[in-house]
Design a binder for this molecule. Structure first.
Ligand SMILES: Cc1cc2nc3c(=O)[nH]c(=O)nc-3n(C[C@H](O)[C@H](O)[C@H](O)COP(=O)(O)O)c2cc1C
Length: 164
């Protein structure tokens, strides 16, 4: 069974989670980038607003062909309790027909469950079936703590089993 991890990451925390996961479950990995500048305090406000309103953005790659994969992970940071616009845009550009999907959200402190719910609501009409989800709190955590945290989740949730 072939697995891919799709993710967006502004400040590299979701990237660290995704990379650790990819090693642990032996998956391909693909980062989607947001072509709108999301750095700086003014852009932070706009980013929150865009996420809250579920505004689309420009992403690279514009779509991902999932034909070769059976299992697809999708990971997003939490922005205003919503998925990042790059992930909302990506989901709408992909065909999830017949795919098992595992969703994960990173968050400073809260809102991850809503992010997962929203991704699920968008992926299911596109043919994907969410089989599992998990959240990772990143606020105040050092890189090594985050890494250990992800390894623990992989074990507790038996994630390698789903890719076999
Ligand atoms: C625009 C914006 C909005 C955010 N909103 C929330 C939020 O509603 N709840 C929360 O717990 N963290 C929030 N955060 C923090 C991020 O979700 C958290 O730091 C995440 O792990 C960052 O992932 P990244 O490093 O992959 O971008 C927000 C961060 C940004 C930039």
């Amino acid at each position: 069974m072939k697995t891919i991890i799709l993710f967006y990451s502004r400040s590299r925390k979701t990237a660290l989670v995704a990379r650790t996961l990819a090693d642990e479950v032996n998956a391909d990995i693909l980062e989607v980038t947001d072509l709108n500048n999301r750095n700086g305090p003014l852009n932070y406000l706009k980013a929150s607003m865009d996420a809250f309103r579920e505004n689309k953005t420009l992403i690279n790659p514009a779509t991902v062909d999932l034909a070769d994969y059976d299992l697809v992970y999708v990971g997003s940071p939490t922005w205003a309790s919503k998925p990042a616009p790059a992930i909302i845009t990506l989901i709408d550009a992909c065909n999830f027909q017949g795919k098992d999907v595992i969703l994960f959200a990173t968050m400073g402190s809260s809102g991850g469950q809503n992010v997962i719910e929203r991704m699920r609501e968008k992926i299911e009409p596109r043919g994907g079936r969410m089989i599992k989800s998990f959240q990772v709190k990143t606020g105040g955590k050092k890189e090594i703590e985050l890494l250990e945290n992800v390894k623990k989740i992989v074990k507790e949730e038996d994630l390698p089993i789903y890719g076999i």
